[in-house]
Design a protein around this ligand. Structure first.
Ligand SMILES: Nc1ncnc2c1ncn2[C@@H]1O[C@H](COP(=O)(O)OP(=O)(O)OP(=O)(O)O)[C@@H](O)[C@H]1O
Length: 305
């Protein structure tokens, strides 16, 4: 079946507060899609509406064109990680999974498989109250994978994982997408999102701010900047000034040129016979771009609070 996710006009109000505001986006199968937004932007509420745990005020969010409650076999279609801590503290990892497996018509063999898959085989008999946050996350992922679903919805799956765990999770998400599954995950770890996501859905105040490939989001929102170093910064400053190219002098005597490509800066220097020691295009991280991109949005929240 088609495992694409589509939100159309999705809206959720809590009293006067609009948590999700006329949101429309598409999440495609075979790719990892990152769900990005400042705290309170409406990511969890959107995921909960997708999973049928919260009812939209207006609009729809569907899988393969169908609402989750209309799916023939939801347990084998969608797997979710929402709150990894939501495990009975006295239950063992194995018992926790078995309870879910039984409701989905699955047996012990599948429980053993997913425990192995998430690296918890040795902890199968341990109680949840002995688990670290990272182990809770792994158990949550195991629960999500039980039904071998085509769609995975993961809210902050990297929380509490150590660097090895984060790398494991990244590889797992990429592999699952490589098998043709639809992966939607949220994370505030921007560097990780940059390494993991193919596509991005960016929200702020419940509204869609951007929907594109990660590369395109960074490219479209990056201010072009070039660092230039020369032993003749004054001469270069004058040359840039004459050429109408905006720049700033850095404390280390290098120049930061904005809005112009490195080739142009190089040609201006060459025309004046100014030797350059360095000419580097400044590469912005997703975090740089995201923080600038959502700055106004966050500001507004600060003022409104
Ligand atoms: N059950 C609820 N009752 C009232 N308001 C709610 C409820 N659930 C969420 N909200 C509000 O809706 C808005 C969106 O919250 P949501 O948890 O979806 O954001 P988020 O993007 O997932 O944020 P975070 O990254 O902090 O989890 C917030 O202002 C939140 O306070």
């Amino acid at each position: 079946m088609d495992t694409g996710i589509r939100a159309r006009g999705l809206t959720k109000r809590y009293g006067h507060r609009v948590a999700v505001d006329d949101l429309s986006f598409t999440v495609r199968p075979g790719l990892v899609t990152g769900f990005l937004g400042p705290n309170g932007a409406g990511k969890s509420t959107t995921m909960r509406m997708l999973l049928g745990l919260t009812r939209p005020t207006r609009g729809t969010i569907t899988i393969g064109g169908r609402h989750i409650t209309d799916l023939d076999d939801p347990a084998h279609t969608v797997g979710a990680l929402l709150d990894a801590r939501a495990v009975h503290p006295l239950r063992t990892a194995s018992d926790h999974l078995l309870a879910y497996a039984q409701t989905a018509g699955l047996g012990r063999a599948r429980v053993a498989e997913v425990l192995e898959l998430v690296g918890l085989a040795d902890a199968a008999g341990r109680r949840a109250d002995e688990f670290s946050l990272g182990m809770h996350q792994r158990l949550g992922i195991a629960t999500a994978l039980l039904g071998d679903p085509g769609v995975l919805v993961l809210d902050e799956p990297l929380n509490g994982l150590d660097p090895e765990g984060i790398r494991w999770m990244r590889t797992l998400m990429r592999d699952l997408a490589g098998e043709g599954r639809t992966i939607l995950f949220s994370s505030h770890l921007m560097s990780e999102m940059e390494l993991t996501a193919d596509n991005l859905i960016v929200v702020g105040h419940g509204r869609l701010l951007a929907e594109s490939t990660l590369a395109e989001f960074v490219r479209a929102n990056t201010t072009q900047a070039v660092t230039v170093r020369t032993e003749q910064p004054d001469l270069l400053s004058h040359a840039l000034h004459r050429a109408g190219v905006p720049f700033e002098r850095a404390p280390d005597a290098s120049l930061l040129v904005t809005g112009t490509e490195s080739g142009t800066v190089g040609r201006i220097a060459a025309a004046e016979g100014i030797p350059l020691d360095e000419l580097t295009r400044v590469r912005e991280s997703l975090e740089d771009v995201f923080l600038r991109f959502t700055h106004d949005d966050t500001d507004y929240e600060g003022r409104a609070a």
